[in-house]
Design a binder for this molecule. Structure first.
Ligand SMILES: Cc1cc2nc3c(=O)[nH]c(=O)nc-3n(C[C@H](O)[C@H](O)[C@H](O)COP(=O)(O)OP(=O)(O)OC[C@H]3O[C@@H](n4cnc5c(N)ncnc54)[C@H](O)[C@@H]3O)c2cc1C
Length: 399
């Protein structure tokens, strides 16, 4: 087993680390926004990333940098150290990455020309609209939005919420999941369709916060309504009834990207925990000399190494046996990494005292990111349920 990164990965790592030092960390103190729109500084950062050849690193094949998952993993980890800035600066931020993958894999030539091209160029942003306030959306077969065929068009009616990026006015295209045939078998009722932002009947109703944050630095999450929204039938992605399968395809890479970035968040939190513990001295000795803090530091290091190894194994499996073959490992990392990182960030916050919750350190934002990833892209319990079903299946035939 070879634990070294290859030469190409090392080269990218070196350049990305330099980019973080030169552009990303200096932007952090002034980057935040109280509103819903991304800070103006983002466009300058994108130009610098393009110039440095650090662009679309997430996308395998001809459209992107052509890296494998194993090559991209350590790079995404570095961007996770500043999760509100670096992924967007490199055009590697969710949900656009998943949307670009869907368009690259399932889009028609016309759809690629109209939407994939400007997304790859970083000219526009996009969103993926599946979750609905009225139904338990962790079971995607529950969703009620209708996509009805009417002549050469489809007509969409429904309500969605927590649609990431939708508050960003530059989010020009939505991939919407809804039902085209309620009488079909459960997993063949759904389809995905492209809806441009300016289509009549589409209303962005309100922004949705995350632990009080607007998440405006990556565009903000929205509740939105579709009322008799009419788009040409050519906007359908893939076949009618293929929506569920497309969702499954997009979520594999999306989940591992989140987990890769989470490892970087944990490294940042541990770094801050250690530096703070060395300089704060309550009761006559530095925090770093207190057993409880040393326990948190040691536990954090061990947990990061465990999590990273599992993420890298999942990445390697995706490259070698494909996303389906890596199903158990992708679910495993989605279960273990956000809660592990949440624990580490929590300990870093505690080590900082009051300042850990405030604006002088990135810890509160890191906590919100880790916490929300125990829900977004599927709650922990749903992944555990599915993993347990697969594990039990191996034994059911014997009983
Ligand atoms: C910050 C953020 C961004 C998001 N971005 C998007 C986006 O861009 N697009 C989009 O479509 N959606 C998005 N979501 C929505 C997210 O995918 C859903 O919240 C998630 O799938 C859960 O659906 P739900 O909220 O309807 O929870 P529900 O389905 O109502 O479930 C509630 C809880 O029930 C529990 N539960 C569910 N099933 C089981 C089970 N089998 N056993 C035990 N417990 C169970 C879980 O703890 C779960 O959290 C986002 C969410 C957040 C928080």
């Amino acid at each position: 087993m070879d634990f070294e990164y290859d030469a190409k990965t090392e080269d990218y790592r070196k350049r990305l680390l330099a980019f973080m030092d030169e552009h990303v960390y200096p932007a952090e103190p002034t980057y935040h926004t109280d509103g819903w729109e991304p800070p103006a500084a983002l466009e300058g950062l994108k130009a610098a990333a393009k110039e440095a050849g650090l662009w679309n690193l997430f996308l395998p094949g001809d459209h992107g940098a052509g890296l494998t998952n194993l090559q991209y993993a350590p790079l995404a980890e570095i961007t996770g150290r500043s999760p509100a800035i670096a992924p967007a600066a490199l055009n590697c931020a969710a949900p656009d990455t998943g949307n670009m993958e869907v368009l690259a894999d399932f889009g028609t030539d016309e759809q690629k020309e109209r939407w994939l091209k400007p997304l790859l160029a970083g000219e526009i942003r996009s969103a993926f609209a599946m979750t609905e306030p009225q139904v338990a959306s962790s079971d995607a077969t529950n969703i009620g939005t209708r996509i009805d065929r009417d002549g050469d068009d489809y007509v969409i009616n429904g309500r969605k919420f927590y649609i990431s990026g939708a508050m960003n006015p530059n989010c020009k295209i939505f991939i919407v999941m809804g039902k085209t045939d309620v009488d079909a078998p459960r997993h063949l009722q759904q389809s995905q369709i492209l809806v441009p932002r300016d289509t009549p009947g589409l209303t962005i109703e309100r922004g949705m916060t995350v632990l009080g944050y607007t998440d405006g630095d990556h565009g903000g999450h929205a509740e939105m309504i579709f009322e008799n929204v009419r788009v040409p039938a050519t906007n359908l992605i893939g076949q009618e009834g293929g929506g569920f399968a497309i969702s499954q395809a997009r979520l594999g890479p999306g989940r591992i990207h989140h987990c890769m970035r989470l490892i970087g968040m944990a490294e940042r939190a541990l770094e801050l925990m250690c530096t703070r513990a060395l300089v704060r001295t309550p009761f006559g000795k530095p925090l770093a000399e207190q057993g409880v803090i040393q326990d948190w530091i040691a536990e954090s290091r061990v947990r990061i190494e465990q999590a990273r190894l599992l993420v890298l194994k999942a990445a390697w499996l995706m490259d070698t046996v494909g996303n389906r073959g890596a199903h158990t490992e992708i679910q495993s990392i989605k279960i273990v990494v956000p809660s592990t990182v949440e624990w580490i960030v929590d300990k870093a916050i505690q080590t900082h005292g009051a300042a850990g919750l405030g604006q002088d350190f990135p810890l509160a934002g890191l906590f919100a990111s880790a916490r929300m990833l125990r829900l977004a892209d599927g709650p922990d319990e749903v992944h555990k349920r599915s993993l347990a079903h697969r594990e039990l299946k191996r034994y059911r035939s014997h009983s």
